[in-house]
Structure formats: C-alpha cells, structure tokens
Design a protein around this ligand. Structure first.
Ligand code: 3HC
Length: 287
C-alpha cells in the first residue's frame, strides 16, 4: 500500500454480511462497489441499504443529505472486472472453501498490485486463500460481526504469510470505519467464535438435558450476565447452518468435545429451521 489509505473498497457477496460491510465502508467515506453473481441480487442489496439508511434518517441518527452521500458512494455490479481500481477487496461469499479459493485466484487476475485481498470467513484458514494468489503478503482475514453496522469489533486474522504493512493498513481501515480491531493468529474460530460457540453449543445441550426451557435459558443469560440476547436468540441471529459449520471447523482443528455440535442443532439444520433468515429457528419470526 505504501502507506496510502484505503479509499476504494470492493465487496464480493451480497448476503447479510456483504450488505452490512457495504454500509460500514460507505459510511466511513470509501467508494464501495459490491459484486454479486447476479445483477438483481447486487441491486437488491443497494435497495436494502437504502431502506436501512432510511430507517436511520427516520430515527434522526442520519440526515437525509448524509444518507444520499452514503448511497452515492455505493454501486453494484455482476462483473468481477469492475473491482479493478479497488485498494481493498473483502470477500463475503458462501462459506465453501472451493468457491472462495477459486474466487481468490480470479481476483488476483483482476486487481492491481498494491491492493489487499481480505476474507470475512469465520471457518477457514486464511492461509489457504492467501496461497491461491501471487500476493500472499497482502491477504488477511477481516472478520466482522453480525449486524456489522452495529458491532464494534473487527478481528484482523493474520496468516503466516501476511506483511506488517498489510496488517497496519487494515487496522487503519477498521479504525476509519469506527471499529475496534484486534489482531489474531490464523486459528479456527479466531478469538470470538472459539469462545462463543462452545457456550452456544452447551446452551442447546442444556435444553436437550431438560435443565430449563429455552426461554428461561435466554432470560437467565440476559439477566445474569447482561448479555444483549440469550444463546437461542443469538443462534437464530447467526443462523444454525453457519453455527454448525463453525462448530465443525473448530472440532476439526482442536478435537475438543465442547466443539462437537449437539444433535438438536444438526436436526434443525436438516429441517431447514436455520434461524431468522428462514423465518424459523428456535423461535418463529414474522416474514
Ligand atoms: N443494521 C443497522 N443497525 C441495526 C441493525 C442492523 N442490522 N440491527 C440493529 N441495529 C441498530 C438499531 O437501529 C439500534 O440503534 P439505535 O439504538 O441507535 O436506534 C441498535 O442497533 C439496537 O437495535 P434494536 O433496538 O433494534 O435492538 P436491540 O437493542 O435488541 O439490539 C442487537 C439488537 C444489536 C442485535 C443486540 O441484540 C446485540 O448486540 N446482540 C448480540 C449480537 C451478537 O452477539 N453478534 C455477534 C454474533 S457472532 C458473529 O457475528 C460471528 C460470526 O462469525 C458468526
């Protein structure tokens, strides 16, 4: 980067995290270009962002002028080549290693030599993606939390190959986005998920063993620990499919029984009851 600040950010993937990341980076003053596989889903993301910013205007948290400025900095495309001028590209596509590897190899052909490639993965070793490129020193994890516009933390996941300049540039970017970065080694779960998911898994185990109802377990952890939401509400927010994938990655790496997903979680995923995004998880959600 040669110390130049990150001004133009590409986001690949238009799911919940991609959309949150677009909001965060555009609010920080960056030009943001979101690439989705279909033009329709990229445009849907911009429409969703317009709605989210509109709500903030209604709440008096943002002025109409600021909303228009933020929206004016975001564009959508279905063409990877459109990311050519980005200083940073953040990958936030489906948690499938083969898909991410192919994408990193493709991005390497598109972006300029100085650009940094980051992944928002919560499950895969970042080094596996770094080695798909000719710039393993400029590849890092940049792990945001859900909902990205609200959650302050960003884990900067440092693979063995990353340079100090890359880590410093990403720290500066995260701070510019009004986030609090921590630097973490490239181990499954990083800091937060490695500590959070045994707790979530054990909450489901506790429900299975009949210790208390899920509502009472949620109430207990909110009232007893001041957590903003209980474990079942949080599992629904994260998605049970994502949660099982994270537990599987943790178990694969550390073989700790606390990471072995309990049967209820797997059965609920098989049933399609994966949480808020499906309208049904541990709780039911109006759609
Ligand atoms: N986008 C933008 N703003 C949002 C938002 C979103 N998706 N969701 C909530 N907000 C804003 C609201 O506008 C509100 O702002 P205001 O108080 O200034 O008006 C504020 O956040 C609080 O929202 P609400 O009043 O609607 O509701 P709550 O007070 O219940 O807060 C919550 C909702 C922020 C989600 C809170 O319950 C919370 O912090 N929960 C914990 C979330 C958490 O732990 N996330 C981490 C998950 S793990 C992860 O992401 C890792 C991954 O790898 C799986």
């Amino acid at each position: 980067m040669g110390g130049e600040p990150i001004k133009r950010v590409g986001i690949v993937g238009s799911g919940i995290m991609g959309s949150g990341l677009a909001e965060v980076a555009a609010k920080a003053g960056c030009e943001v270009i979101v690439r989705s596989r279909s033009r329709a889903s990229a445009e849907a993301l911009v429409a969703g962002l317009t709605k989210s910013l509109g709500r903030q205007v209604e709440k008096g948290k943002l002025t109409g002028v600021d909303r228009d400025d933020v929206l004016g900095r975001v564009s959508a495309t279905d063409h990877l080549g459109a990311l050519v001028d980005c200083d940073l590209v953040i990958e936030s596509v489906v948690e499938d290693l083969a898909v991410k590897k192919a994408l990193f190899a493709e991005l390497e052909q598109v972006i300029q030599a100085h650009a940094i490639l980051a992944t928002n993965t919560s499950t895969f070793p970042v080094v596996d993606l770094a080695v798909q490129t000719q710039r393993p020193d400029r590849v890092c994890g940049l792990h945001f939390f859900n909902p990205a516009p609200v959650m302050r933390l960003v884990e900067i996941v440092r693979p063995l190959t990353a340079s100090d300049d890359t880590v410093d540039a990403l720290k500066a970017f995260a701070i510019g986005c009004d986030k609090e970065p921590v630097v973490v080694a490239d181990r499954a779960g990083f800091v937060v998920n490695a500590l959070l998911f045994p707790y979530l898994n054990n909450a489901v185990r506790m429900l299975e063993s009949g210790t208390a109802s899920m509502e009472d377990i949620d109430t207990a952890m909110q009232g007893g620990c001041n957590f903003p939401m209980g474990p079942f509400a949080l599992l629904d927010l994260v998605g049970l499919d994502t949660s099982v994938a994270i537990l599987d990655a943790l178990y694969e790496e550390f073989r700790d029984p606390n990471y072995a997903a309990v049967p209820t979680l797997r059965r609920m995923v098989a049933a399609g009851h994966v949480g808020r995004k499906a309208g049904k998880g541990f709780y039911a959600y109006g759609r």
